[in-house]
Design a protein around this ligand. Structure first.
Ligand SMILES: C[S@@+](CC[C@H](N)C(=O)[O-])C[C@H]1O[C@@H](n2cnc3c(N)ncnc32)[C@H](O)[C@@H]1O
Length: 274
């Protein structure tokens, strides 16, 4: 080993991320479904927040045709509830720690501690979980709970991110691939798994460009001087945000690629678990 190899510390000046207990930037929380103003705010957000927009786009046709009882697990602000028709009985459930860890406190939510959901066996026709599975320490256990709560033949609808920042730190544990999603589903009693990519490499490139500017424009940490500098650096990037959003939204019309924003998953609860 020569002298330069021995003396160079590749980790010098770099943070050990295991020590991180909070995030440096967080996008605004979703607002709960409400009146006309909230609907306009939600549509504007979906244009710029392409993750949320792509989820809405995939879920709209799926959710509109549902009947019976739907359990929205890890419901947060229940952002996709407005897509449900009047024939659906909606049950939003979430962990007892949701306000402290994720900032949501939505009236009508059923809270639970531990991993057992407050839902009867076979009590749901549909289980929905949007952008939740990556925050669950034991995803296999979560799938078994979904299977227990669903009637045989009931539908599980999931969305998970793929190209997403480490978020809600430290409560962001996994990124899934179509292979791991199919494994998790089949091993825990689900049949006919379908996994669809949301967006492609162009969507991801546009989304990341926008994120680069938006995090400058809305700094949440640092001294006043640092934040002013950050905004000044971000302002020339505003046209890129608008252009990026337009490109990203257009690219969502494509079939989806191997590099994508995330996945939308649909599966059926089968009678027996393997
Ligand atoms: C990023 S938020 C998503 C909220 C909402 N579904 C949405 O699409 O905006 C993640 C949600 O997962 C929930 N969560 C975290 N751990 C969970 C667990 N073990 N079981 C169920 N939900 C959980 C959180 O409380 C939070 O509401």
């Amino acid at each position: 080993m020569d002298k330069t190899t021995r003396s160079r510390d590749p980790f010098a000046g770099r943070e050990n991320l295991v020590d991180r207990t909070d995030e440096t930037w967080r996008p605004p929380l979703h607002a709960p479904p409400g009146g006309k103003l909230e609907r306009i705010a939600s549509a504007t957000r979906r244009f710029f927040d392409v993750q949320a927009g792509s989820i809405w786009r995939d879920l709209a046709p799926e959710l509109r045709q549902l009947r019976g009882t739907l359990v929205d697990v890890g419901c947060g602000a229940q952002p996709y509830r407005p897509l449900l028709g009047p024939d659906v009985e909606y049950i939003g459930i979430d962990i007892a720690e949701v306000e402290e860890r994720f900032g949501y406190a939505i009236p009508g939510t059923r809270y639970f501690s531990g991993e057992t959901w407050p839902v009867a066996d076979a009590g749901a026709d549909t289980v929905l979980a949007t952008e939740t599975l990556e925050h669950v320490v034991d995803p296999s256990r979560f799938m078994r709970e979904a299977h227990r709560c669903l009637r045989p033949g009931g539908k599980l609808i999931l969305t998970v991110p793929f190209s997403a920042r480490w978020h809600f730190v430290p409560h962001d544990y996994w990124r899934f691939t179509p292979s791991s999603l199919a494994l998790l589903l089949v091993e825990n009693g689900f049949a006919k798994p379908r996994v669809y990519a949301r967006g492609n490499a162009l969507t991801v490139a546009a989304y990341k460009t926008m994120a680069l500017v938006l995090t400058r424009l809305f700094p949440q940490n640092g001294t006043r001087a640092k934040r002013i500098t950050s905004v000044a650096v971000g302002i020339p990037g505003v046209p890129f945000v608008v252009l990026g959003a337009a490109i990203a939204n257009l690219s969502l019309r494509s079939a989806g690629g191997d590099d994508c924003l995330g996945y939308t998953v649909v599966a059926e609860s089968s009678l027996e678990r393997r």
